[in-house]
Write a protein that binds this ligand. Structure first.
Ligand SMILES: Nc1ncnc2c1ncn2[C@@H]1O[C@H](COP(=O)(O)OP(=O)(O)OP(=O)(O)O)[C@@H](O)[C@H]1O
Ligand SMILES: [Mg+2]
Length: 303
């Protein structure tokens, strides 16, 4: 996260993980997502996060680790079934991704929220009264960001596209309320988007890069806000690797602000599902989380 996010955070930092439980076992969460495999390992020294391409998953390393230690593997993610883990000398427990994502709010002691996990695609989970319900989803997400960046800009590194977008001018790409109406429309301000990518004027690569950010974040943001409002919830929690993109987070926050909804961003958002899996595991075991080591998410609320 950029420094602005860090600064915004300090005062209203929401943390959990109080109780200390010593563990002799290794607990490894493997989130095998549509794009990347994420692992979060908890051992006596703390936690270690890693990210792999699917075909570079380190079976041998995990095998040798599991041979030396008692090891529990929490397995989740859309492509979990594609990993061949059940021959490893470890207890493998498979969880649904939705159960893991729905456990993130519990781990930061939120009573109710809409969890939006912006990975390759984007599911929305309504969490209320201790229960997470898969409300729906959209195919707009990080996969869209990557695909459009490739097709329109011939670039494949999201960080490079974010950098490019910092010099972009959105008025070259999007039609705004000001372009089509003479005054504000109900709660809509004049600089809000009336139609993404609707303009056909000259535009630079930076403008297009910013247009991609805007289309993805506004589509997801508006859906999230409306789901929150229709469920009487006043905050939305964002996770998934796309939330490593500060421009996207700023735009999501702006959308939430239109509806007076608080935005909550977790640290290390690409590992949100892993944090949720840990939370779910401890809940199933009826154990408090392991404290001392940060096994769970920390979050920032932006009102
Ligand atoms: N900084 C970034 N800005 C925009 N998109 C990004 C950024 N970093 C990663 N992405 C995109 O996020 C996606 C990967 O996110 P993540 O690892 O959370 O998804 P996943 O778990 O593999 O997928 P899913 O959960 O949908 O099955 C990829 O499409 C990648 O291109
Ligand atoms: Mg994922």
């Amino acid at each position: 996260m950029n420094s602005k996010h860090k600064d915004a955070l300090t005062a209203r930092d929401v943390r959990f993980c109080d109780k200390l439980i010593k563990t002799d076992e290794l607990i490894l969460c493997i989130d095998c997502g549509s794009s990347f495999v994420k692992t979060l390992l908890l051992d006596a020294d703390g936690i270690l996060t890693q990210k792999y391409e699917f075909d570079q998953f380190p079976y041998d390393y995990i095998n040798s680790m599991a041979e030396k230690n008692k090891c529990i593997i929490l397995l989740t993610g859309a492509r979990a079934g594609h990993l061949d883990l059940f021959r490893l000398p470890a207890d493998v427990i498979q969880y649904s991704e939705i159960d893991c994502i729905a456990s993130i709010p519990k781990s930061i002691r939120l009573e109710e929220t809409v969890v939006v996990c912006i990975g390759t695609g984007t599911p929305f989970i309504v969490y209320k009264n201790g229960v997470g319900v898969h409300f729906g989803g959209t195919g707009i997400g990080g996969g869209t960001f990557l695909g459009l960046s490739y097709r329109l800009l011939k670039r494949e590194d999201p960080k490079e596209v974010e950098q490019l977008a910092r010099n972009g001018d959105l008025s070259k790409i999007n039609l705004t309320i000001a372009d089509v109406y003479q005054q504000d429309v109900s709660y809509l301000k004049s600089d809000l988007t009336a139609a993404n990518f609707a303009k056909r004027t000259e535009a630079s690569e930076s403008d297009i890069a910013l247009g991609i950010h805007s289309m993805i974040s506004e589509t997801i943001g508006m859906m999230a806000a409306q789901i929150a409002r229709s469920n009487g919830i006043d905050n939305v929690l964002f996770c998934g690797a796309v939330c490593e993109n500060a421009l996207i987070c700023d735009s999501l926050e702006k959308c939430m602000g239109l509806f007076n909804i608080k935005s909550i961003f977790i640290d290390n958002p690409g590992f949100g599902t892993c944090f949720g899996a840990f939370s779910y595991y401890f809940e199933q075991k009826k154990q408090p989380h392991i404290g001392g080591h940060q096994t769970s998410a920390t979050a920032t609320i932006r009102a």
